[in-house]
Design a protein around this ligand. Structure first.
Ligand code: SF4
Length: 328
């Protein structure tokens, strides 16, 4: 429950053992949980992950109760970028814990109503078979070629995946589950002063963070094709783009002449942003590193296969996003 506090078991535990309303959170026995709830959100902004240590297992009740408190604080701040960062950080924490204990992967998958079984069919030994609907619900085709259905063996409504891939799907599912909970309507909720104080402290941290990631120069998107505008928009909304999506957006932006710093300022919106890794990858795509090869964005045909093409009337007849022009 402490490790996976979004679980039904954890929810039942809170309901059964704590008579928790917002007013009760000010009582001394819940102060630690409020502090840990605050810390969860704070760490997802400053560390891009929620840190989990042995003591969090010892004080498991604090850990379990702190999760809905953190969700409430995120819902109160009401910013999609923060929602994404928090959900990504929580999912990442769970993924790390699952990686340490493989048996828990199966329990968590069941908790999230993911249906799968060990494949016994010839040629699929050692793989897991997952329901097609569950596979698709995580949009894995956006994660790259190997995730697209045409690259997969589909058998009687099931798709075969490795245990590592299942863990990746579960991480995405956890993120969605957490994200949904942060969308709870908290408008008009009357907060006690101590909780208001915590929320305001987080608002300050959040404002400071956002001030740092605002693009230095607003990107002029007027001549950008809809596929690329969409990717840029999703980036600035804090969505965690797949590797393929990020590479596509970055190669397009660098080819049309955006500077490294302009592109970096967009990448900073990513909920799992890491300055060193992002700069390395960007310089690689821009041809500053490695063999000096500059990567071009994919053709329209390729974009369609990635599921990233959303044409408008000016797309008619063009074969490459770089050829896109709007009639003035
Ligand atoms: S047709 Fe080409 S330029 Fe237009 S949205 Fe699709 S991929 Fe982009």
């Amino acid at each position: 429950m402490a490790k996976y506090p979004f679980s039904r078991e954890a929810r039942d535990f809170v309901e059964e053992h704590f008579d928790l309303g917002i007013a009760e959170l000010t009582e001394p026995e819940h102060l630690e949980a409020v502090e840990r709830g605050f810390q969860r959100v704070h760490q997802s902004i400053t560390h891009k992950e929620v840190l989990f240590e042995a003591q969090n297992m010892i004080h498991y009740d604090v850990e379990v109760v702190s999760f809905p408190i953190a969700v409430m604080l995120v819902a109160l701040i009401n910013d999609d970028l923060l929602r994404n960062m928090f959900a990504t950080a929580e999912a990442k924490r769970c993924a790390q814990l699952m990686a340490q204990n493989g048996k828990e992967v199966l329990d968590v998958a069941r908790e999230l109503d993911l249906s799968f079984r060990t494949a016994t069919e010839a040629g699929a030994e050692g793989l897991l078979a997952i329901r097609l609907a569950d596979y698709l619900s995580c949009s894995p085709h956006r994660w790259g070629e190997s995730w697209r259905l045409v690259s997969r063996t589909l058998n009687k409504g099931e798709v075969y995946v490795t245990d590592h891939e299942l863990a990746r799907i579960i991480e995405e599912r956890i993120k969605k589950a957490v994200l949904d909970r942060t969308r709870a309507n908290v408008e008009g909720v009357r907060l006690p002063p101590s909780i208001t104080k915590k929320r305001d402290e987080l608002v300050d941290v959040w404002k400071e963070y956002k001030a740092k990631i605002q693009p230095e120069a607003r990107l002029d998107q007027r001549d950008m094709p809809p596929c690329m505008t969409r990717l840029v928009q999703r980036m600035t909304e804090g969505e965690n783009l797949s590797h393929v999506e990020r590479r596509t957006a970055v190669s397009y932006l660098s080819t049309i002449g955006k500077t490294e710093e302009e592109i970096m300022s967009l990448l900073r919106y990513s909920p799992d942003f890491d300055e060193r890794v992002a700069r390395y990858q960007l310089e690689h795509l821009m041809g500053v590193r490695g063999r000096g090869k500059k990567y071009l964005p994919p053709s329209c045909a390729k974009m369609r296969t990635y599921g990233l093409c959303f044409p408008d009337k000016w797309c008619r007849g063009i074969r490459h996003p770089l050829r896109y022009r709007r009639a003035s």
